[in-house]
Design a protein around this ligand. Structure first.
Ligand SMILES: Cc1cc2nc3c(=O)[nH]c(=O)nc-3n(C[C@H](O)[C@H](O)[C@H](O)COP(=O)(O)O)c2cc1C
Length: 366
């Protein structure tokens, strides 16, 4: 009798535990990250930079590159001697600021972001030293923020980098899984990042977030910020304006209307940024530099082929901002074949590389 009742209570307990767990499971079902996103990356030989370029086409994020203060060091020379000694110094004394190699001011305030994607190479099974420096100084400001990790290595597993991230951002809300892209897989980075964004249910851009930007024969697309200024600017489109050249890094135009503002100093201006200066001056930047001026960000022109500066040229230029779909309105339904892809400006591509295309009447990302 005692055995039966013990077994009964054990069974009852297991059923209750399962019910509680499954209820909790429902309650804690992952919710999609929302709010502002920062991608912060370091890249020595360019792999992580390529990965971040593919990511930048899919999400609405500010992107910041970490740069060592000392330029021109070859971390891989002499069997990775410099990289190895930098990692050893951190490993031996992780709580001492002097163990971390100096980096340039990244010009970013991480506190203004809800989601932070960290993309880094692996060095000697740890996080690359310059990225560790950035996180040593900023990780404590990332409490409760959503943290996502992308790591590239030649072959080593990324457990040590994940531990570094968790040590340097002790109170981060880490999104799972991490994304590991080996150097031999960088050519597949576009599909790997797409798949990963789905896994961490990260919001990707849609038609509603984009406008086309036409300069001469070149059509780019821009990802709009999620703010009232960008919405008001989108409502002005289609809009063709003559933009004046300034300082070898920007084109500007004063609208004859004002837009909502919430200006702040971004620290770093990135090539491709579309900004509002004051309440009516639209500025398109085609170089990356640091600034002390304040702007309200409207959006960012995606320019993975780096052709924006040439398209804008060095003088005044006419730029047309429009609704994305207008560029593809000439595609006929009978052209919606399985193997025909169109660029956003309606050109047919037979072997599409990574990017955004129209395929069978739908906008897709490869
Ligand atoms: C100093 C240094 C140490 C490295 N150590 C490792 C290692 O231990 N294991 C590994 O698989 N790859 C290692 N790598 C290779 C890089 O992780 C890999 O090539 C990565 O894709 C580089 O990214 P990047 O091109 O953005 O710098 C090392 C590279 C450097 C420069």
């Amino acid at each position: 009798m005692r055995l039966i009742s013990t077994t009964f209570y054990r069974l009852l307990f297991s059923i209750l535990a399962m019910m509680i767990l499954s209820c909790n499971g429902l309650e804690v079902l992952a919710t999609a990250p929302s709010g502002r996103t920062l991608v912060v990356y370091y890249s020595f030989t360019g792999n992580v930079r390529s990965i971040v370029n593919t990511l930048d086409e899919k999400i609405n994020a500010d992107v910041v590159e970490i740069q060592p203060a000392e330029e021109g060091l070859d971390y891989a020379a002499n069997n990775y001697a410099i990289g190895s000694s930098l990692i050893a110094a951190i490993r031996n004394n992780p709580n001492d600021a002097s163990s971390y190699p100096a980096i340039k001011d990244a010009g970013v305030d991480v506190e203004g972001y809800d989601n932070i994607i960290i993309a880094t190479p692996l060095w000697w099974s740890q996080m690359a030293a310059p990225m560790q420096t950035f996180l040593f100084h900023n990780g404590h400001k990332m409490s409760d923020k959503n943290i996502a990790l992308i790591v590239s290595s030649a072959s080593s597993g990324i457990g040590g980098v994940v531990s570094d991230a968790k040590r340097l951002i002790p109170n981060g809300n880490f999104l799972e899984p991490n994304l590991w892209i080996k150097s031999s897989q960088v050519s597949n980075a576009s599909s790997m990042t797409s798949q990963w964004l789905e896994q961490i249910i990260f919001p990707t851009i849609t038609n509603d977030d984009t406008i086309s930007v036409k300069v001469g024969d070149n059509t780019f697309y821009a990802i709009l910020e999620d703010n009232a200024t960008a919405q008001a600017f989108k409502e002005l489109c289609p809009l063709t304006i003559n933009m004046s050249e300034l300082n070898g890094n920007e084109k500007y135009h004063y609208l004859d209307t004002t837009l909502p503002t919430h200006a702040s100093c971004p620290g770093t201006i990135n090539a491709g940024d579309i900004m509002l200066y004051g309440s009516s001056c639209v500025v398109v930047f085609y170089k990356t530099f640091t600034t002390t001026y304040s702007y309200t960000k409207i959006g960012h022109i995606v320019d993975s082929s780096q052709s924006l500066p040439q398209a804008l040229g060095d003088g005044d230029v006419t730029v047309s901002f429009g609704h994305d779909e207008t560029a593809i309105s000439t595609i006929r339904v009978d052209e919606m074949s399985d193997n025909i892809y169109y660029t956003i400006d309606g050109r047919v591509v037979t072997n599409p590389g990574p990017g955004i295309y129209i395929h069978k009447g739908k906008k897709i990302k490869l």
